[in-house]
Ligand binder design. Sequence first.
Ligand code: ZN
Length: 117
Amino acid sequence: MINMKLAEERGLDEETIEKIQLCQGFMDDVLSNPDMLIDDPMDVASCIEECEFKLQGLWGFEQSKKFHRYAFDVKWCRCPKIDNLEMAGWTDKRYINAECPYHGAFPAETWDDERFK
Ligand SMILES: [Zn+2]
């Protein structure tokens, strides 16, 4: 669900609200079932980033990585979530776990990677 009070405050029209709902819904699906929706696990991080930029644009906010906060909510991500949430809004730096199959030192190339078991 999107924040309708905020949508009203920002003067968003119905069409924009609908686009936000679609985009947010797609991103939520990707976060919970990345292996069902994206063929290549190496594309997951960029797909989420694209959704975040698109959402920022639809909301009429500055399109900046500094405010991104969903990247680490994706299933099987091993990066520190709370620490990264605290960074959002302050900097585009994020903490990475080297073992993470998406963001780590050795990204998984297929969904058969043992880190997805
Ligand atoms: Zn990660």
